[in-house]
Write a protein that binds this ligand. Structure first.
Ligand code: 13P
Ligand code: SF4
Length: 351
């Protein structure tokens, strides 16, 4: 099997799908020239405004370091939605991307959810529309629909379960073995889940993240040639997962040193691992938390160009402006939120 050729899509006519790349605009990544003193002052002002508005600042692992440093919590998609669900704050400043802010708005309809830059989209979430999902579902009416959290609220509302990369296999295992599963939108994660659950009835939508897709088998070969003792940690959205799973199974890659993990799973794994070197296959923002949490260990990016420009639109200046103006605000229409909440709650009950 080629690394890009994963599970079948059932009756979905993939040729008829409009190109994924045409569905989003990748913003330019700005270089910030603030001095350490300016950063400190801006962070202090952010904290003052958070206190004034009873706001909590949630940041994903791919955020800029200075944004991660000022946050109340830095985590993966699962932990961030759990943090949103249980906060007593009146305002959630989401330093992440739009689907994450939408998930918070669905879970906390009474709170103000701010996304400091509305350009913070996600190529993976953009790869499936609710209309496409409805067509797919109509062709496979017996299937259970599992939507990755990287989807719009409207797609979640048409789904039975939500999942993140931290719990996708657990969610799929909760579905009776004889029911086909429509897994969307990430074909690479679908492949990992099919292998982990040993199910042959997972039907995958052919979407992908434009950043993780570029983490290729040849990068893995190269980095392990340079650092042969490193453990290999790969996010399941990576374009190399099917090839690496096959190689780990046939012994070409050391199975006991190859792991498929969410960003939060990587941090937990490293804390339990006796290894001192890690080849890390995901977006580069995670390196900030890894180096901070484990200063004695060494980390090597599998692809040093894997940068999510959507995540980097969130700067300290935009966080400040957002707190000063209480905008841009992310809301979800009540009818969509009510249906999407079912799928998210089912996941949170299992998580
Ligand atoms: P995690 O849930 O593993 O943090 O991943 C979110 C994401 O967008 C990966 O590209
Ligand atoms: Fe979306 Fe990929 Fe960015 Fe994650 S890294 S937010 S999946 S575009």
């Amino acid at each position: 099997m080629r690394d890009t050729e994963v599970l079948g899509t059932g009756v979905l006519d993939t040729e008829a799908l409009p190109s994924f790349e045409a569905r989003y605009t990748i913003p330019a990544v700005e270089t910030i020239h603030d001095s350490p003193d300016e950063i400190r002052k801006k962070q202090q002002r952010v904290r003052e405004l958070c206190a004034k508005h009873n706001a909590i600042l949630l940041a994903h692992h791919y955020q800029r370091p200075e944004v991660q440093e000022v946050a109340d919590a830095v985590a993966d998609s699962l932990k961030l939605s759990q943090a949103a669900a249980k906060t007593n704050a009146d305002v959630i400043v989401f330093c992440g991307v739009h689907f994450m802010a939408e998930t918070a708005a669905i879970l906390c309809p009474e709170k103000t959810v701010l996304l400091p830059d509305l350009r913070a989209g996600c190529s993976l979430a953009a790869s499936i529309t609710v209309e496409e999902l409805r067509i797919w579902k109509a062709k496979l009416p017996d299937a259970v629909v599992v939507a990755y959290i990287n989807t719009s609220a409207a797609v979640k509302a048409e789904s039975d379960y939500c999942c993140t990369s931290a719990n996708a296999a657990k969610v799929v295992r909760a579905i009776p073995a004889d029911r086909p599963v429509l897994f969307l939108p990430d074909k690479f994660l679908a492949y990992v889940v099919a292998r982990q659950t040993q199910r042959s009835n997972i039907i995958a939508y052919p979407g992908y993240c434009h950043v993780h897709k570029t983490i290729r088998p040849e990068h893995v070969v190269e980095i392990l040639k340079e650092h042969p003792d490193a453990e290999l940690l790969l996010h399941p959205e990576c374009g190399c997962v099917s090839s690496c799973m096959a190689k780990a199974a046939d012994g070409t890659l050391p199975q006991e040193r190859t792991f498929f993990l969410s960003t939060g799973g990587m941090l937990r794994h490293i804390s339990d691992s006796p290894a001192s070197e890690f080849a890390v296959g995901t977006e580069l923002g995670i390196l900030h938390q890894l180096k901070k949490s484990f200063p004695e260990k060494k980390f090597y990016p599998v692809n040093p160009d894997a940068v999510c420009a959507f995540m980097k639109t969130i700067t300290l200046d935009r966080v400040l402006r957002s707190l000063e103006t209480m905008s841009p605000r992310v809301t979800v229409p009540e009818e969509i939120a009510r249906k999407a909440r079912r799928a998210i709650d089912r996941m949170l009950e299992l998580a």
